[in-house]
Design a protein around this ligand. Structure first.
Ligand SMILES: NC(=O)C1=CN([C@@H]2O[C@H](COP(=O)(O)OP(=O)(O)OC[C@H]3O[C@@H](n4cnc5c(N)ncnc54)[C@H](OP(=O)(O)O)[C@@H]3O)[C@@H](O)[C@H]2O)C=CC1
Ligand SMILES: CC(=O)N[C@@H](CCC(=O)OP(=O)(O)O)C(=O)O
Length: 348
């Protein structure tokens, strides 16, 4: 049995971890950290787990808690900037840690500090963190101690682009990604602009060219292509609970055909349980992945405009957060990669 603890367990990403881990046959949840619900039943804020999870929340002081000695792995689902101490303590105690925040994703700490407008206080630990995009960094993940679980938008964009960049079919500069996210992407600490009355029946773009996921996406595009990268990224908030749909445009610099494109993606992803390719004009949709760890990818060569268009769909809370974290944990502990993640999407 793997003993696991969850920091930030009552946020939306934390709650998805709790839901997935509580039905994972190889995992025993040891602690559920929460300041707001300290000493309260976890099912008070999360009644969907009633009678299935008999656990009380506890506000954990990472420096003092003896509970840390009882676990093999810590999942950290705290807001950005709060996981650096947790990572330091876990390393010193020989525990594995999967951090769902951005604190260990960006390799260059000055870039993190610039985009996140805060200081990075674990620069040494940052060096050993592995970027947890499972399908791409599987081998490195297996032997790592600190895993930086990717952002939700980056997961949807990077899995969609990887074969094109590795095959040098598109340039690493000038890619355009237009993404739409459900409201749970913003977490449960509601902001005024995310109130039902302002999200429902409404679509709006935000942070155009300024979103914090840009350096993370560019870092990985540059790694895939082995050259400098730039992306024009526009996120939108759409009236869904969960789901991300990314539509990505790039110049077809080698003039590949629709047939070539489908063949290339088929070769790259043929053994990937969680990547489902759509061909012959079919396109993915958020409902097709909702509640699951799948990443659905649709492919289109537009010969008239000379563009390649890739469309990807994920559930932001699962493949974009908790599901990918569980997938990475499975790798760390040599379990089947889809253990605890076999749920099919919900439809309708
Ligand atoms: N939502 C998503 O789709 C995704 C989220 N992530 C990342 O996962 C992490 C958690 O995100 P998410 O679950 O959405 O966020 P939430 O805001 O929903 O939850 C974060 C939780 O952390 C706890 N917390 C502890 N200290 C603080 C603090 N000082 N300020 C605020 N909250 C605190 C809170 O619980 P309590 O008060 O009970 O302690 C809170 O509910 C973030 O780093 C986020 O970027 C990553 C990918 C996707
Ligand atoms: C809809 C919405 O607000 N989405 C969030 C996604 C951020 C998120 O969850 O960030 P990480 O994946 O980096 O942790 C945003 O745009 O800030």
């Amino acid at each position: 049995m793997i003993n696991a603890g969850i920091l930030g367990s009552t946020g939306y990403a934390g709650a998805e971890l709790v839901r997935l881990l509580s039905s994972h046959k190889d995992v025993n949840i040891k602690f559920l950290d929460s300041r707001t619900y300290d000493k309260e039943e976890y099912t008070n804020p999360y009644p969907h787990l009633k009678n299935k999870l008999d656990k009380v929340c506890k506000s954990i002081n990472i420096f003092e808690s003896e509970l840390l000695d009882e676990v093999d792995i810590v999942f950290c689902a705290l807001p950005h900037g709060l996981s650096q101490d947790a990572v330091k303590v876990c390393i010193s105690k020989g525990k594995k840690i999967i951090d769902l925040s951005a604190d260990f994703r960006i390799k260059d700490p000055s870039l993190y500090e610039k985009w996140y407008k805060t200081t990075h206080n674990a620069k040494e630990e940052l060096k050993s963190a592995v970027y947890g995009l499972t399908e791409i960094y599987r081998e490195k993940i297996k032997s790592s101690t600190v895993i930086a679980n990717p952002g939700c938008y980056p997961t949807s964009i990077l899995l969609a682009l990887y074969p094109l960049l590795k095959e040098n079919i598109i340039s690493s500069k000038g890619i355009i990604a237009d993404s739409k996210s459900g409201v749970s992407g913003a977490g449960r600490n509601i902001m005024d602009s995310n109130l039902f009355s302002q999200c429902n029946e409404n679509i709006r773009g935000y942070s155009i060219g300024e979103h914090r996921h840009i350096p993370e996406i560019e870092q990985e595009i540059a790694a895939f292509a082995e050259e400098e990268a730039s992306i024009q990224f526009t996120p939108h908030l759409v009236p869904l609970n969960r789901g991300i749909l990314s539509t990505i445009y790039a110049d077809n610099k080698k003039g590949v055909t629709q047939y070539d494109l489908e063949d290339i993606y088929g070769n790259y992803y043929k053994d990937e349980y969680f990547i489902r390719l759509f061909s012959r004009g079919e396109l993915p949709q958020t409902k097709g992945v909702s509640g699951s760890n799948f990443c659905d990818i649709g492919l289109k060569v537009d010969e008239r405009t000379g563009k390649i268009i890739i469309v990807s769909a994920i559930d932001n809370l699962i493949k974009g957060a908790a599901g990918q974290a569980v997938q990475n944990m499975n790798l760390l502990f040599n379990l089947k990669e889809n253990s605890g993640l076999e749920q099919m999407p919900l439809w309708p």
